[in-house]
Write a protein that binds this ligand. Sequence first.
Ligand SMILES: [Zn+2]
Length: 237
Amino acid sequence: MSQYDQLITSSDPSHPANLICELCKLFYNNGWVTGTGGGISIRDGDKIYIAPSGVQKERMVPENMFVMDFTTTKYLRTPKVFKPSACTPLFMSAYTMRDAGACIHTHSQAAVLVSLLYEKEFKIANIEQIKAIPKVTEPGYLSFFDTLTIPIIENTAHEEDLTETLQQAIKNYPGTTAVIVRRHGIYVWGETVWKAKVYNEAIDYLLELAVKLKGFGIPPHIGVGEEKNYVDPKIYN
Ligand SMILES: [Zn+2]
């Protein structure tokens, strides 16, 4: 086997090249990545594994992976028939600015809907699932009584053109582990691939819940018990 293929060949299911395929399938089944939209990248020490552009997510195989050297940003492995993902500079922003171990990009409908219901930032409070989200600026996780805030940036015609505004949002929101892109989707990162996965799942749950709450006229960031001021009296109790 060539050194080139050794980078992506392993019988270990937790090898990044295998994990990316597994997660792409899972996220495809969740409706978060469809067709060729969305993407996943995992950092393993000095190596960055990136799913390519133009491959159907549920059919991804390890041989499709790009591998980049984190320090030099040179590709160590480039599959001939595929293009690198346009998300690559955005994934790199999470690695260089936040020391992330993985970054997930989905086109989740909940993220797109939320981006149309909020102007500059998404906010939700007093929901149990918030406890899965890290504080980032200090150790530990948000509590039930905390407010989760995620910045929203404007979309661009080409994915790579989002890099500057995504980096600005990461700077402006030191406590965030995600950025929503209006009419497009969301980027979520974490210290490890498993943490990124858990954060992405928890955040997507909260985005979907917020859309449903807004459908009932309940602002998702209000205090406990305040909902009765918003719910239509005809259906409350
Ligand atoms: Zn995208």
